[in-house]
Structures are given as C-alpha cells and as structure tokens.
Write a protein that binds this ligand. Structure first.
Ligand SMILES: [Zn+2]
Length: 252
C-alpha cells in the first residue's frame, strides 16, 4: 500500500484520524509553550519548585527539538511562564471554571484567545498551554480527537513530572493518542510500536511522529498496528478512558 491507500483505508481509524485536529495542529515551526503555575486552596508552589519544573520542561523541549531535527523538521521552542493564585480548590471536575479564572488576570476567557493573541503578537505558529500544580496527580491533556475536532487543547501536569511525561502530554496536544488503552491497542502497540512514549516507553513511534506532523508517512509496523486496532471505535476507546479515570478518582 502506498500512503494514499493507507490514508483512505484508515481514514476513520480512531487514532489515525486525530492528525491536524483541534487548536494545536502540527508540532512544527515556532512553538511557544506557555506554562502557568497555579496556586490554589489545595497546594501552593514552594520556593524553587517553579524553577525545577521549568528545567524539566526545557529538557522535554530540547528532546523534542532533537527528535524533530532527526526527521528534518524545523521546530523551535520558546517558553513563557507565570503564576496565578485561585481562591478555591481546582479539580478535574471544575476544570472549565479554573481554566477560565486562571486566564482572567490576562483578560482572556479561554486558552484560544490567549493562543490567538500570542500567534499575532509574536508571530509564532503554535501556542501550547500547560497548567502546572504543585501536588501529585496523573498528568492529563484535554486534546482534540475524533469527532470533537474543534475543542480547545491544554495539558495539566504535576510539579514532580519529569521530561517523559511532559513530552507525552505535549504530543497529545499536537495529535498523538494514548496507546495503553484499551487492551487491544496496548497489545498491538507493544508488538508493533514498542517503547512508544504514548505507551509508557521512551521513543516517539512512527505513528505518533506522523500524527504530530513530523512525517508524511508511517512505517510498515505502524500500518500493522492500525490493522490490528481498526475495529476499535471512538466510543469503545472513550469507555476505556472513562473507566480509567473512575479507577483513579483522586486525580488533581
Ligand atoms: Zn496520555
């Protein structure tokens, strides 16, 4: 199969279809990463921790820069940081409230407004939004995929998160999809896309590279992966995802 045939065959595949969707399109060009440190009723950043997080973000960006270069992709990062204090506890469930409140001091009502401002003012191609909390929880991304293509995109990370987690979440914003669930996907990923950073590993697999816009083709093994997971629907994936969150109710 040539790539055009692959594109046609897997046009509706729940992962293959997530390329170039949402507010962050391709991880290419000049990308501004905005990291907003949030202090709330549950946790506040102690001295030195913002710098610690910044260092880990820089490590992640350096690694992505190198990865892109290996594919002859031009990718340059800038990092902007700031902190904000909210007078209540932020959770996963009131996320649409605190994301709005966190941006209020800047005069924005959502991350898309901030994104558009930075794109215009600093002529960057993409703006990736990271919210950071000084407590332990599993990092997550609100990323567009499937039918929900126009949603806003952002990632939420913990101050203890290291380079690998930050890379994983940033890749989500630009189209990469978790490969560790449902079970069929995890099994196929272990077989065909081993050591993928979207499945707990350390490398950016061929499919994820394609999804974030670093390549215009996928490897033969990535095609086999798509074939092995072609019957999984968006609903089935979402159910597995929701179950995972139910099993981890203490998040954020
Ligand atoms: Zn993930």
């Amino acid at each position: 199969m040539n790539h055009q045939e692959i594109q046609q065959k897997y046009a509706n595949h729940y992962i293959f279809n997530s390329r170039n969707k949402g507010s962050n399109k391709y991880l290419v060009g000049n990308v501004l990463v905005v990291a907003l440190f949030i202090n709330d009723e549950k946790s506040k950043f102690l001295q030195g921790w913002e710098e610690y997080v910044e260092k880990n973000i820089h490590k992640a960006l350096r690694s992505l820069y190198k990865g892109a270069r290996r594919e002859y992709v031009n990718l340059n990062f800038q990092l902007a940081t700031d902190s904000v204090t909210l007078p209540y506890a932020c959770t996963r469930h009131n996320g649409s409230d605190w994301r709005k409140d966190a941006l209020k001091p800047y005069g924005y009502t959502d991350t898309n407004q901030l994104r558009e401002y930075y794109k215009k003012t600093y002529s960057v191609d993409e703006v990736a939004m990271l919210f950071v909390f000084h407590r332990d929880f599993t990092a997550f991304a609100g990323a567009a995929s499937f039918a929900n293509i126009n949603r806003d995109e952002y990632a939420v990370i913990a101050s203890s998160d290291k380079k690998g987690t930050i890379i994983h979440e940033l890749l989500h914003l630009f189209g990469a999809v978790d490969l560790y669930l449902p079970q069929i996907t995890e099994t196929a990923a272990e077989r065909y896309l081993p050591d993928s950073i979207m499945n707990g590993g350390n490398t950016i697999d061929s499919l994820s590279k394609y999804l974030v816009g670093w390549t215009n083709y996928i490897s033969d093994n990535a095609v086999l992966f798509l074939e092995a997971t072609k019957d999984i629907t968006e609903d089935y994936y979402k159910k597995a995802l929701n179950k995972r969150w139910e099993d981890h109710p203490d998040n954020l």
